[in-house]
Structures are given as structure tokens and as C-alpha cells.
Design a protein around this ligand. Structure first.
Ligand code: COA
Ligand code: AMP
Length: 630
């Protein structure tokens, strides 16, 4: 069957299609049906089945006689170490860790926050939680204590599992003080923490509250997998929205297992036993789905890479890892290739490695610019497939289903919708648009298995953010079009979310931080184009009347404030003091116009602009920051 047949077979019988895909998963009790409607426009998948994520990702492969296969390869050019963990080892390690968590009172439904760098123990912590039916929430290491505190207050975890430190090139990230600061700041207090001590930095533990990762596992009874309902949350992952308060995306157990398993063959074209590598971080959805869960559920070997595309030690790292670990499918963000291309434009370093093991490269997380795709194809000699999805969906909305059919590649398009997704381009009134016309990208409800059923403790926000604008549809927040052949093009976000080096950030969240500066009366943050990171945040602040301190000093404080409150990952370095912000007569800040001026794009001020002269002032401030770039 080709792609069109598979897509049609889903469309004509979604229930039958997903029940068949569910056969590939081990159930303690099979679901009686696939889709459950649980409220107006609210859906759950496989809700009355019983299963366990960790069993499907680990134990069942051991039971099937594949315990000797390597499950996780930890390759850390930062520490110069390489470790391999077999499925049998992984089962024992995870069962012991789960047993220790249980001995400390963690049970099904309890939340556990995980704050760890790219070490196998991060995956083990995730798996130990799902083994018990505890709900994990991984927080990216590049976030500051304040962001961690916000997540602690929302998820109300019983425990936090962290490492003593993370390692960035040339810098140790001291996790323990960040963790202590976050717990101090949060109103909710977890019962205890578990600290994985790394040899690069041993953290000071508080007796009776912080438990050593190894010590607390000593002598405990390993835990078996706890069967949970198909609609039991496996995890919560916070992602950026319009405001500074992150959204807690919920992932239900049953649909997650079924959908992720489906993607490994049909999209990434790997078979059990093959090595698969997603060069991302466990703190992001790509890390959840494609470093941890999907490859393990499908019985692959997953690579946990602690390094950067460049500088650890050079731009040949990707090719070395692919070659050394026999990687068959490789997934990364376009920004990573832009970094490699900048350091090694002619692809000299790739010549040192035999990458004949590699079938294809997959890109996602941000717009893949044609130059980068063409460069990656030329130097690697491999097909490069763009695919489009989001934290909310957990897996591909549109992509090249290579395991089904090799569709012609159209550079600039993440191709076609996957089974389960009825993607439509809608106008403001919610009417479907014609091929080639630009509009809001929406997906007809219900969304497929594995996607978010709701937001954690925030159903109203869920409805408002995703369901209210286009009744009967899920609003993706992206704008784009579909061509005559059914290929999708993603053009821009329709909200205040920006994408910096593949990291999803909220300009609204940064504005909230800047507005808290005592000298700032008003501010705006926009995302400007950047040749390396795709977008970079840029802030404009208007000062409170009477403040006459040096502008450079205030700018420096603003930059530090965003780094301290949100974290280094915000990459907030561009900021200017201006007298006024351009607005409409009704007082709406003209952020989109400011972006156009910064990018050097053609623009026409909206007819509703209050005072067009302010645009010249913004232009002058931009020049001071070196924008637009020539
Ligand atoms: N813990 C602590 N700090 C982190 C971090 C982590 N896990 N990850 C990033 N940071 C810090 C970086 O050290 C940097 O700090 P600095 O301002 O002191 O230099 C800052 O956050 C910005 O990080 P980032 O935007 O990722 O830039 P970078 O310099 O680390 O890497 C590239 C830049 C060009 C190599 C980038 O292209 C890249 O590979 N990014 C990751 C892409 C990715 O995996 N995206 C995930 C979605 S698929
Ligand atoms: P995240 O939730 O961090 O995965 O970010 C999701 C957002 O990143 C999407 O809504 C898009 O705006 C953007 N994005 C992800 N993949 C792509 C892609 N292939 N092309 C264009 N934009 C993308």
C-alpha cells in the first residue's frame, strides 16, 4: 500500500485503523475500543485498556529474548566517555530505581519532576516513573530556578530527581543551587529529592531531604510494572504559550505507546535492533518521544548524546557518532546543521567517517530553510526529510512517511499529513481555503492517539488556546498553505511564540520579566531573523518618567534579568531603550511591523497606526543593534 491508500484506510475507518495499530503494544487488558469522547470536543484514546509504558519500552524486549541488545548508548564528547546499557541492564536499573522511589512513598498518579542533563539516568528516571504509574515532568536544564519553581507549583511533585550538574562547553551548570532556589521559591514543597552525583561536581546534600541516587537504591526491592489505564497520564511536559505561565501538555499512556510505535517504521523507517539517534535534549518533546520512548518502545538502540553540533570537539561530531554507532536514521533541528555548515561549509570533516550505515536525516523543531536542507543533502549524500509537529502532538503531523512510500521531496515543505491528522487551512471565519492560499493551520477533531487530550489542571486554557477559535478543530498556532499535491508549507506562528535554535520560547513571557524591572514602564519583545538560530529575541523598553540612568546600564540589567528569570536558553541579548512603542490607535503594539523593519522586509504601516513617526525611532534603535543585517 502506498501513502494515499494508507491515509485513506485510516480516514475511512479511524477506529479500525488505530485498533489494528494497538495490536503492536502489550496490554494487560485490551481496550474495548479506540476513541472515547469524554466531553464536548474532548477525546481520549484506548481509555479502558490496561498497560504499562515501561513494560512496553523495556521489559517486553527482555522477555522476547533481546536482553543482550544495547538499549542506550551514552556518547559524551564533553566528558570524553562512552557507555552502553543493554535492555536487560536497563530493566534491572529501572526496576531498582522504581523500587527505591516506591520505598519513599511514590505511587501511581504522584508527580515527579526530573531535572537532568543528557545522561542515561535521565531516561531511567523517566522509565522508573512510568513503571510505577507516577507522572513525570522533565524540566530542561537551560531553564533558570524561577521556571523550575513555576513548574513545581503547577505539577505539585512529591519528589524531584536531579543531577548534581550539567555540562555546557566551558561551563558547569550547577543544578543543585538552582534546584534549592526553585524549591525555596515555590509554594509547593516536594517531600524529598534524589540527586545523581556526577564526578564533575559533587553537590552538598541536606540530610533527610536530599537522597543520593545510588545510596537510596541500596537494598530495596525492585518494582514490577504497574498496569495503568490507557488514559492515565504518562507525563506532563510544559511548553511556552502566549504568557509567561507555561502550558502543561498531558500525554496519555495508551495513545502514546500506539502512536510512537507506529512512527518508528512508517516515518523513520527503522526496524527493531537498528540504532536511532535524535540529537536533542530530554527536556524537549523531541527528547521525550525520540530519545527516550519511541526508539525503546520499538526495540531500537537509542543514542543519548551529551555534546553540541560544533565545538565538542568540532563540526565532525555528528558524522563521527553516526559512523561509530551505526546510526540508521538521524533526527536533529535545522539550527544544528546551520552551525555545522558555518564551521565546515565544504563538508571536509565528513570525509573522515564512513556513514554508509545512515539511510536518512530528519529535521524538525523550526522552519527548515532550503539552503540548509540542500547543503545537508549535498555533503551527506543522504535524503533529508523535513517534518512538522509540536509538543502538543508528540509526533509528526506532516512528514515524509518513508517506511510506507518514498514520496517526491519538495524542499521547503514538510510534505503530507500522517494518518490521524485531517489538516485544513482555514480563513479567519473558519472556512477551508483553496490550495495555495495562506491561512491558519488547523486539524479536524479528534486529534489522533498520542496527542494532548488536555492541559494539566487547565481545561479552560486548553479550550481557549486550541479549540475556541475554530469550533470542531484544533488550532495549531501555525500559519501556512497546502499546494495542489497536498503538500503542506509552514510559514509562521500566529501567536507570540518564537523559535530560537529550535527552542520554543514565549515573547510574552520575556515581556513579563522586563516589565518587572523597576525602571521599565512599558516593553515589547519580538523575534527577529537570525542566520544561525532561526530567530533571536529582541527587546524594546520604555523607561518610567524621571528615570535618567545610563541606558547601557539598564539594558545590561534587562539582559541579566531575562537570563536569571527564564534561563540562558532564552538567548536574550538584544535590547534597546526607546522613548515610545509603535501602536494602533486602540493601543495595540505593532510587533509584526517592528519585526519587518528589523528583518529589512517590505512593510506598510497599518492604517490604524497612531503615530507613524515612532517607526523611525524604532528604525534608529534597530540600527544601534546592528539591524537590519545586510
Ligand atoms: N543546560 C544549561 N544551559 C544550556 C543548556 C542546558 N541543557 N542548553 C543550552 N544552554 C545554554 C547554552 O550554554 C547557551 O548559554 P550561553 O548564553 O551562556 O552561551 C544558551 O543556553 C543558549 O543555548 P542555545 O541557543 O542552544 O545555543 P548554544 O550556543 O548552546 O548552541 C547551536 C547553539 C548553534 C549549536 C544550536 O544550533 C543547537 O544545536 N541548539 C540545539 C538544537 C536542539 O537540540 N533543539 C531542540 C529541539 S529539536
Ligand atoms: P515545539 O513545541 O517546541 O516542538 O515547537 C513547535 C513549533 O515549532 C511549531 O508549532 C512550529 O511553529 C515550529 N516547527 C516545528 N517543526 C517545524 C517545521 N518542520 N517547519 C516549520 N516550523 C516548525
Amino acid at each position: 500500500m502506498g501513502y494515499k491508500d494508507v491515509y485513506e484506510s485510516w480516514k475511512s475507518d479511524p477506529e479500525g485503523y488505530w485498533m489494528q495499530q494497538a495490536e503492536a503494544i502489550d496490554w494487560d487488558q485490551k481496550p474495548s475500543k479506540a476513541l472515547f469522547e469524554v466531553g464536548e470536543h474532548l477525546y481520549e484514546w484506548f481509555a479502558d485498556g490496561l498497560t504499562n509504558t515501561c513494560w512496553n519500552a523495556v521489559d517486553r524486549h527482555v522477555e522476547a529474548g533481546r536482553g543482550g541488545q544495547v538499549a542506550i548508548i551514552h556518547d559524551s564528547p564533553i566528558t570524553g566517555t562512552l557507555h552502553k546499557i543493554t535492555y536487560a541492564d536497563l530493566r534491572n536499573r529501572v526496576a531498582r530505581l522504581a523500587g527505591a522511589l516506591r520505598a519513599k512513598g511514590i505511587e501511581k498518579g504522584d508527580r515527579v519532576i526530573i531535572y537532568m542533563p543528557m545522561v542515561p539516568e535521565a531516561l531511567e528516571a523517566m522509565l522508573a516513573c512510568t513503571r510505577l504509574g507516577a507522572i513525570h515532568s522533565v524540566v530542561f536544564g537551560g531553564f533558570a530556578a524561577n521556571e523550575l519553581a513555576v513548574r513545581i507549583d503547577d505539577a505539585k511533585p512529591k519528589a524531584i530527581i536531579a543531577a548534581s550538574c550539567g555540562l555546557e562547553p566551558g561551563r558547569v551548570v550547577h543544578y543543585k543551587p538552582l534546584l534549592d532556589g526553585a524549591i525555596k521559591q515555590a509554594s509547593h514543597k516536594p517531600d524529598f529529592t534524589v540527586i545523581f552525583q556526577r564526578e564533575q561536581e559533587v553537590a552538598k546534600l541536606n540530610d533527610g531531604y536530599d537522597f543520593d541516587w545510588h545510596g537510596f537504591q541500596y537494598g530495596v526491592e525492585p518494582a514490577d510494572c504497574v498496569p495503568v489505564a490507557g488514559n492515565h497520564p504518562a507525563y506532563i511536559l510544559y511548553t511556552s504559550g502566549t504568557t509567561g505561565a507555561p502550558k502543561g501538555v498531558i500525554r496519555h499512556t495508551g495513545g502514546h505507546l500506539v502512536a510512537l510505535n507506529w512512527t518508528m517504521k512508517n516515518i523513520y523507517n527503522v526496524d527493531p535492533g537498528d540504532a536511532f539517534w535524535a540529537a536533542s535534549d530530554v527536556g524537549w518533546v523531541v527528547g521525550h518521544s525520540y530519545i527516550c520512548y519511541a526508539p525503546l518502545i520499538h526495540g531500537n538502540t537509542t543514542v543519548v548524546f551529551e555534546g553540541k553540533p560544533v565545538g565538542t570537539p568540532d563540526a565532525g561530531t555528528f558524522w563521527r557518532v553516526i559512523s561509530e554507532h551505526n546510526v540508521r536514521s538521524f533526527f536533529t533541528a535545522p539550527t544544528a546543521f546551520r552551525a555545522v555548515k558555518r564551521d565546515d561549509p565544504k563538508g571536509e570533516l565528513i570525509k573522515q567517517y564512513d556513514i554508509s550505515c545512515l539511510n536518512a536525516i530528519y529535521l524538525a523543531g523550526e522552519r527548515a530553510d532550503p539552503d540548509t536542507i540542500e547543503w545537508a543533502m549535498a555533503v551527506s549524500g543522504k535524503p533529508v526529510y523535513d517534518h512538522w509537529w509540536q509538543t502538543e502532538t508528540g509526533w509528526t503531523i506532516a512528514g515524509y512517511p518513508v517506511g510506507i512510500e518514498e514520496l517526491p521531496v519538495k524542499i521547503g515543505s514538510p510534505a503530507v499529513p500522517m494518518p490521524g491528522y485531517d489538516v485544513q487551512i482555514l480563513d479567519e471565519a473558519g472556512q477551508p481555503m483553496k490550495p495555495g492560499e495562506l491561512g491558519a493551520i488547523a486539524v479536524k477533531l479528534p486529534l489522533p492517539p498520542g496527542t494532548l487530550p488536555n492541559l494539566w489542571n487547565a481545561e479552560d486554557r486548553f479550550r481557549k488556546s486550541y479549540l475556541a477559535h475554530f469550533p470542531g478543530y484544533y488550532e495549531t498556532g501555525d500559519a501556512g498553505m497546502i499546494d495542489e499535491d497536498g503538500y503542506l508549507y509552514i510559514m509562521a506562528r500566529t501567536d507570540d511564540v518564537i523559535n530560537v535554535a529550535g527552542h520554543r520560547l514565549s515573547t510574552g513571557g520575556m515581556e513579563e520579566v522586563l516589565a518587572a524591572h523597576p525602571d521599565v514602564a512599558e516593553c515589547a519583545v519580538i523575534g527577529v531573523s537570525d542566520p544561525l538560530k532561526g530567530q533571536m529575541p529582541m527587546g524594546f523598553v520604555c523607561l518610567t518618567k524621571g528615570v535618567n540612568r545610563a541606558h547601557e546600564e539598564i539594558v545590561r540589567e534587562c539582559v541579566t534579568l531575562v537570563r536569571d528569570k527564564i534561563g540562558p536558553v532564552a538567548a536574550f541579548k538584544l535590547c534597546a531603550v526607546v522613548d515610545r512603542l509603535p501602536k494602533t490607535r486602540s493601543g495595540k503594539i505593532l510587533r509584526a511591523t517592528m519585526v519587518k523593519i528589523a528583518d529589512g522586509a517590505e512593510f506598510k504601516p497599518p492604517a490604524t497606526i497612531d503615530d507613524p513617526a515612532i517607526l523611525d525611532e524604532i528604525g534608529a534603535a534597530l540600527q544601534g543593534l546592528g539591524y537590519p543585517k545586510s
